[in-house]
Design a protein around this ligand. Sequence first.
Ligand code: MRU
Length: 309
Amino acid sequence: MKTLYWKDDQLYLLDQTLLPCEVEYLVCGTYQDVIVAIKTMVVRGAPAIGVSAAFAMALAELSGEDLQKAAEEIKAARPTAVNLAWAVDRVLKSDSAVDEALEMYQEDMDTNRALGKNGASVINDGDTVLTHCNAGALACVDYGTALGVIRSAHEEGKNINVICDETRPVLQGARLSVWEMQEEGIPVQLIVDGAAGRLMQEGEVDKVVIGADRVAKGGVANKIGSLMVALAANRFGVPFYVAAPKSTFDYQNSIYEIEIEERDPEEVLSFAGCQAAPLGTEVRNPSFDIVPSDLITGIITEKGILKPF
Ligand code: MRU
């Protein structure tokens, strides 16, 4: 099953808001359709929104739109993952948006395989690996980054057990990562976010591997909850790895300068469509954490395992 694909000058996006209950594709015929899909998280995950943004530029080009204007609008769809701006700028510099987007589509698949192979070297036979959110095939074109590392170790014949944090508020861990691991036949257990520290304290976690929305000077931005996992891992001596392709690296900014997206309070006020707090409750809903470099054991990339900077 593909996270996204390009066919007959249209972009098909697997609607991740419906998973795991329904498997349905949203067809985008305009760049504005893609912007809405990114904002509403029909497609999500840094590499997947990067490649989708490239195809949004392709749609803009095909319909003769002002590409600079489209680029600004697409980049503003979600602010934290640097892949969005990276992809749009790369297309702007190219001769053909469609060709460039198709090249990025293929590159993402190749990159994740290489990254996965590099990461598998730090995973031992019998390891239990904890992950947060979804940095899997669904967050990329295919294979995944953090889950790509686990897939690669599994393909090497290592027995791996995976623990997925559910990842409130929209449950990417429960709905997407658990689903991907089950499809792959990799043993997986689901925990509530607050249980990660408890399991590490009990020595039940050998490694943590998460993805990233941005790697920059001073640390890494990733899904809210990542910082608490990193702090617990540090306290209990569990190696903490970030898996991210070089397209997620931002060498211009300090990680503390970037915009952290705040999302709709409604995501917190309800759970599975049911009201979860008194009406009118004030909410804070930051969508991403910053994990400081000193809590990170290594950053697994397609080029090797790097030290955070
Ligand atoms: O809000 P999301 O679901 O887009 O957040 C996704 C994450 O935090 C992922 O870990 C990150 O984008 C890396 S995906 C390979």
